[in-house]
Design a protein around this ligand. Structure first.
Ligand SMILES: Cc1cc2nc3c(=O)[nH]c(=O)nc-3n(C[C@H](O)[C@H](O)[C@H](O)COP(=O)(O)O)c2cc1C
Length: 215
């Protein structure tokens, strides 16, 4: 889908900067909304933004309030060379609502990290901020990359929400086992940015959405 005019100004420069032959051809020139929820792994979302931009993807970052406690908007604005969207009500910039305008321009929405809170809201259709509302407005493929403490990830409520989201047709990139910010080893560490980028490329090339235990 074409980018909105506000974000399309450096399209030609991005396409020239990286040849599709350098990476994933399915990514070049595509539009991705990168949702970032409030977990420690938000810093890895900055790396994902950078990786995608290097592959000539147009990236618009949408941060939850909690995400801004971990990584500042300035980081994502600089990496994507676009304004960051974080407010649901922003009539000067998005008269139709950012959730409508950004969803309409997206080829794919990825939320990385997806917090336990975000998974719960998404599984129940809650729409109380820009990112959750945008998710409901999206008609393109959606991929979530959960990240949290191992005890949180193991909770029945979280696993129930993940199953619901898979049943609802969303892609899930399962977290991996490894060193967690809570200073213990366990399952809950967000997949690495490279792995998420390659799942995005696969889906944009027409592949199936990733599922827990499959991706
Ligand atoms: C230091 C710190 C680290 C956190 N890390 C995570 C995390 O990795 N995953 C998670 O699901 N929640 C984490 N949380 C809790 C979320 O920030 C909290 O649930 C918040 O409401 C999420 O909001 P959001 O889903 O709108 O971004 C953390 C909180 C703090 C204070």
């Amino acid at each position: 889908m074409p980018p909105s005019s506000e974000f399309g100004r450096d399209e030609a420069a991005r396409k020239q900067a990286v040849s599709p032959a350098d990476g994933y051809p399915a990514l070049a020139g595509r539009e991705v909304v990168l949702g970032v929820a409030g977990g420690v792994a938000a810093y890895k979302a900055a790396m994902l933004a950078s990786l995608l931009v290097k592959q000539s993807v147009g990236v618009t970052a949408v941060l939850t309030d909690a995400a801004t406690a971990f990584v500042g908007e300035a980081t994502f604005a600089a990496l994507t060379s676009r304004p960051v969207a974080s407010r649901l009500f922003d009539p000067g910039r998005h008269p139709l609502g950012g959730h409508i305008e950004l969803a309409a321009g997206a080829d794919l929405v990825v939320v990385a990290p997806a917090t336990a809170d975000f998974l719960a809201k998404a599984a129940h259709g809650v729409a109380d901020d820009l990112l959750t509302t945008l998710l409901l407005a999206a008609e393109c493929p959606v991929i979530l990359a959960p990240a949290m403490n191992a005890a949180m990830w193991a909770k029945p409520a979280v696993q129930r929400n993940v199953r619901q989201l898979v049943e609802d047709g969303l892609g899930i990139i399962e977290p991996v086992s490894g060193w967690l910010a809570c200073r213990r080893e366990g399952a809950g560490r967000m997949a690495e940015p490279e792995a998420i980028a390659s799942e995005i490329a696969r889906v944009l090339a027409g592949g199936e959405l990733p599922k827990p235990g499959v991706s």
